[in-house]
Design a protein around this ligand. Structure first.
Ligand SMILES: Nc1ncnc2c1ncn2[C@@H]1O[C@H](COP(=O)(O)OP(=O)(O)O)[C@@H](O)[C@H]1O
Ligand SMILES: [Mg+2]
Length: 230
C-alpha cells in the first residue's frame, strides 16, 4: 500500500449519470484519469460540467455507476460504507468552496479536532495544528473564532485543516470560488506550496482559467469527457 510506484489515483472508464424524471444526464462518460504520488492536477470546467461529481467520486462521497476507481491504494467500488468513511477520514483532505469551519470552535480547535477524532494523541495533534496554522500565516489568530476572521483567512484555516491528518490526497473543489482576486491568489499559493512541502497529491477543480497551469497536470472536463488541457 505504501509502494511509491503505485499511483495516487487510477481511474478507468468511469461512468456517472443522474436520472431525474425522464431526463438522463450522463455527467461523466468513460473517464480515464491517473495521478502519480506527489503530482497535482488542475481540472478546469464550466459550471455544471461535472467537476464536483468527479471529485465526490474520487473522495468516496459518491459511487461510480461503472468503471474502476483506485485511490490511495483502495479500490473504491469494493468498499462498503464503513470502509468509505475510514478512507475519507484517513486518506483524503477535502477543501470546498465554503469553509465549513465549526463556528463554536477556535481556529486551532477547528484544525486539530479532526486529528483527535482520527485517534491521534491530543498533545501531538495540537502541536501539528499549531505548525500548520503558522504555515498559513494565522498563528496570532489561532484562538479566534471563525466569525472574527475574513473569508480569505477562513479558507486558509480550511487548508490547514485539510492537511492535519496527513492525507495522501487533497481534493479541492473551487477552493477560491468565494474569494476576491487578491485573497484567491494567497490561498492558491499556500495550497500549492503546502501540497509540495508535504509531498501530497492533489486534484483541484475550478472554473478559474488563471489556475490552469498551476499543477503538474492540466485537464478540462467538457461534455462528460476529461481531456488534457493544452
Ligand atoms: N444528485 C444529483 N442529482 C441530479 N443531478 C445532479 C446531481 N448532482 C449533480 N447533478 C447535475 O450534474 C451536472 C454536474 O454537476 P456538478 O458535478 O455539480 O458540476 P460542477 O461542479 O462542474 O458545477 C449538473 O448538470 C448538475 O445539475
Ligand atoms: Mg461544483
Amino acid at each position: 500500500m505504501n509502494d511509491q510506484t503505485e499511483p495516487a489515483i487510477d481511474a478507468k472508464a468511469v461512468n456517472k449519470s443522474y436520472v431525474s424524471g425522464d431526463t438522463h444526464l450522463h455527467v461523466l462518460n468513460t473517464v480515464d484519469f491517473s495521478l502519480s504520488k506527489g503530482e497535482s492536477a488542475v481540472i478546469l470546467g464550466k459550471s455544471g460540467s461535472g467537476k464536483s461529481t468527479f471529485l465526490h467520486l474520487l473522495g468516496g462521497l459518491d459511487t461510480v455507476d461503472s468503471g474502476s476507481l483506485q485511490v490511495a491504494g483502495r479500490q473504491l467500488e469494493l468498499l462498503k460504507e464503513r470502509g468509505l468513511e475510514r478512507f475519507r477520514r484517513t486518506c483524503i483532505g477535502f477543501i470546498f468552496q465554503s469553509h465549513y469551519l465549526l463556528d463554536d470552535f477556535t481556529l486551532l480547535e477547528n484544525v486539530y479536532l479532526p486529528a483527535v477524532m482520527s485517534g491521534f494523541p491530543k498533545k501531538e495533534s495540537i502541536e501539528s495544528a499549531k505548525q500548520l496554522i503558522s504555515q498559513v500565516g494565522l498563528y496570532d489568530r489561532k484562538d479566534h473564532f471563525p466569525r472574527r476572521i475574513s473569508g480569505g483567512e477562513r479558507q486558509r484555516t480550511a487548508v490547514a485543516r485539510a492537511l492535519i491528518n496527513e492525507p495522501e490526497l487533497i481534493l479541492a473543489d473551487e477552493p477560491t470560488g468565494n474569494l476576491d482576486e487578491y485573497n484567491s491568489r494567497i490561498v492558491e499559493d499556500l495550497l500549492f506550496s503546502l501540497v509540495e512541502t508535504y509531498a501530497r497529491s492533489m486534484v483541484l477543480v475550478t472554473h478559474d482559467i488563471s489556475m490552469r497551469f498551476r499543477g503538474t497536470q492540466s485537464y478540462e472536463l467538457y461534455l462528460g469527457k476529461l481531456e488534457p488541457y493544452v
